[in-house]
Design a protein around this ligand. Sequence first.
Ligand code: EPU
Length: 421
Amino acid sequence: MDKFIIHGGAKLNGKVKVEGAKNSSLALMPATLLTCGTSVLKNTPKLKDVFTMIGLLETLGVKTAFADHTLTIKIEKLKSQDAPYEYVKKMRASVYVLGPLLAKYGKAKVSMPGGCAWGPRPINLHLEGLKKLGAEIDLEEGYIIAKSKRLIGTEINFEKKSVGATGNLLMAATLARGTTIINNSAMEPEITNLVQFLNKMGAKISGKNTQQLVIEGVDELKPARIDTISDRIEAGTLLVAGAITNGKIELSECNTTHIKSIIQKLEECGCKILVNNDIITLDASDSEIIASDVSTSEYPGFPTDMQAQWIALMSVAKGNSKVTDNIYIDRFNHVPELLRLGASIKMDKNTASISGVKKLKGAKVMSTDLRASASLVLAGLVAKGTTEVLRVYHLDRGYQFIDEKLKNLGANIKRVKGDEY
Ligand code: EPU
């Protein structure tokens, strides 16, 4: 397992490009299962999770080619509708194949995702929604067995907003007979990107930016081309890297509308931000970072996927702050590791109370999940001395060559391959 060795203290400076969004790709790729033929997904990031989804699709009989950042997915005849445990245990987003397989082939067998590093992450909303669309769902030996004749349009009222359940049901409903209405649907940009792709395939989905999606079922969908939106969490993480090091950085190919809540918070902290179309410049070179509270919520609120990175920033900000995660109340694995670097953080349920310290001090820390790892890398960038971030494979799941990008911005960061230590 690779690790990063970071010598903290370098101010980041320079330009960096934002990649395509992981969480869009992970929905767009399985959506192609609704079609036969060749679809093209542009701006696909080169990430471990994307390769896991490629592996899963290939297990089903799909052919893929991935050159530059263009992913071509060719579907002639599937050889299976089974998503095995070995994929789902690696990546929960594998469950996205359930809706399309069921809608297109009338059956799917998908391993039930187990626990997650930061607590329970149920998929009850996916399953209840599919049942409402007429599917028969059983659980056998850890597998969800879903069957149906053609799904039938219905009204679904989510008790809670869910990105994954919205995506899965959206895909399933495109081929259902009649109209499906999803109330209280997620409206994350990644869902909008999926709606755009499905409509290009010939689906009839309206209301894409509202909390109600209306899907008029069609008999058939055709392959399509789509541009994957840029990754708002990678953008946010890089901006925090600029802020935490009192640096000056420019991000290109960034959808700045998608990160308004992050920009607003960084400005509250004293960072100077300039937005020019898809370019964003952050200048924290002569600002002191002032503590600012954050409470995560669904889009367009402050994303849970930036909570860990924000805690890293607040650990060295001037003053006290509170960071509350309302989406995942247990997602705080980074906190004990940040304490090892000298941060002052107290947890009370889903709220971290942080007293900014003048200096963090380098230490060995352990990555436990993707965003927790990002938070540790950010802290390492400012910690005095050397920080070793172990098990960075978590980072490789969701950030394309993050070490290279940070190095190009002036960070003193080195990847040590697992077999070299
Ligand atoms: N929930 C339920 N039942 C369900 C589904 C969700 O109770 O059936 C709850 C969850 O426990 C959570 C809330 O609803 O409290 C929202 O979960 P959601 O379903 O929206 O999350 P997800 O679809 O599993 C996606 C992203 C996550 C991101 C969340 C929230 C993908 C592949 N994953 O997960 O991304 O944190 O939405 O925005 O799109 C990450 O990139 O690091 C990551 C974890």
